[in-house]
Ligand binder design. Structure first.
Ligand SMILES: NC(=O)c1ccc[n+]([C@@H]2O[C@H](COP(=O)([O-])OP(=O)(O)OC[C@H]3O[C@@H](n4cnc5c(N)ncnc54)[C@H](OP(=O)(O)O)[C@@H]3O)[C@@H](O)[C@H]2O)c1
Length: 336
């Protein structure tokens, strides 16, 4: 299966390492032979229509900080050039999420679909701003569009709601979908001030380069948009979310909650309305997880409420969700 990989950061490199370490059993068990024919980062690209040497690619990125030094004769492909000129079956989009115009991911995804490529995205930006129209574009171009890693990292939240609860009517859900804010709130409950908890999270590399994505609830809101569209068949985008982050949560709020055996958590919920905001929840609620963990509780008409808990991020975890999507695409192609 020929692949174009957009972005070669934490997730992109983890995926390539996964391909290297699993190459034999992926072929033996699933008949999957991933052939990465093109990859690009913000500084340049590497192309080989017969398949790039993945171990070399990692070494080159490590040594030069970009994949463009992969070959002696460098090519000047931009992402868009590559998508328009290189033959591939699947485009995997792993560039940075942005919620202003969703670029460069939006251009990559829409052009790949128009060129007849299936698309896997872990980049939430395009889905948060244009989920309904991207689904329409995929259908129009008869390509598959997968995005398991956008919510919950490696924890299969979307798949659980869509497939394990097949036939059920999910009436509402609520979850902790951002590990960074959960880590900060957990540390505040353990006595740190907001600033000290934020600095600690930064020192561990948990906070996005643009801290507003975490602190103002944008990352959680983007995931809520994806869940609402995918699980509840709503046609919504970011402006439909009522969003409040955690900047105004004080140690006083947290102490008051603790007196009632509650904790303050940033909750993304879909009930009568779509909302992200700090809420008090009982410490005995299964949703009340600590540290960087994510959790989500789905309530459905006949099956009651189930809570899924797992790590919401991590390079390898997210790469494993891309692999799941790739296997789905492989199986679907083999079936038709
Ligand atoms: N990390 C996680 O645990 C996780 C979990 C779920 C979803 N995600 C999502 O997955 C995506 C990737 O995350 P990450 O942690 O791998 O981020 P990252 O380490 O910052 O990597 C982003 C990659 O995109 C490249 N890039 C940025 N702007 C570009 C442009 N204009 N043209 C071409 N390439 C560009 C960067 O190039 P350079 O290498 O040259 O800087 C880098 O290779 C993000 O959208 C993130 O929200 C991440």
């Amino acid at each position: 299966m020929r692949i174009i990989l957009c972005g070669f950061g934490v997730v992109g490199q983890s995926l390539v390492k996964l391909f290297v370490s699993r190459s034999e059993d992926l072929y033996a068990k699933y008949g999957l032979k991933p052939r990465v024919v093109g990859v690009f980062d913000s500084k340049g690209s590497a192309v080989d229509q017969s398949g790039l040497d993945l171990e070399k690619l990692i070494l080159v990125k490590k040594e030069f900080g970009t994949v463009k030094n992969y070959a002696k004769t460098k090519n000047n492909y931009s992402g868009l050039d590559m998508i328009k000129n290189i033959d591939a079956d699947v485009l995997i989009e792993t560039t940075a999420s942005n919620y202003k115009d969703a670029e460069p991911g939006m251009t990559h995804i829409t052009n790949a679909m128009k060129s007849g490529m299936h698309v896997i995205s872990v980049n939430k930006g395009p889905l948060a701003l244009a989920f309904p129209s991207l689904m329409e574009l995929a259908t129009y171009n008869q390509v598959m569009f997968k995005f398991s890693g956008t919510v919950g990292g490696g924890t299969p939240i979307l798949d659980y709601a869509k497939n394990s609860l097949k036939g059920e009517r999910i009436t509402s859900f609520a979850g902790i979908l951002n590990g960074t804010t959960n880590y900060i709130l957990t540390n505040m409950a353990n006595g740190l001030s907001f600033d000290a908890a934020l600095n600690d999270a930064k020192s561990k590399g948990y906070v996005e380069a643009d801290e507003s994505l975490d602190l103002d609830g944008l990352d959680a809101a983007a995931k809520l948009v994806i869940l609402a569209n995918w699980v509840m068949d709503m046609k919504v985008t970011m402006p439909d979310i009522k969003c409040t982050g955690i900047r105004k949560v004080t140690t006083e709020n947290i102490k008051n909650a603790a007196k009632k055996k509650c904790a303050v958590k940033l909750i993304a919920s879909c009930n009568k309305e779509l909302e992200v905001s700090p809420k008090e929840i009982s410490v005995d609620d299964p949703l009340c997880v600590n540290g960087t963990l994510n959790a989500i509780a789905f309530t459905s008409e006949h099956s009651g409420t189930q809570t899924i808990i797992g790590k919401g991020a991590g390079g390898m975890e997210t790469a494993s969700s891309i692999l799941r999507d790739l296997l789905d695409i492989r199986q679907e192609i083999a079936r038709t």
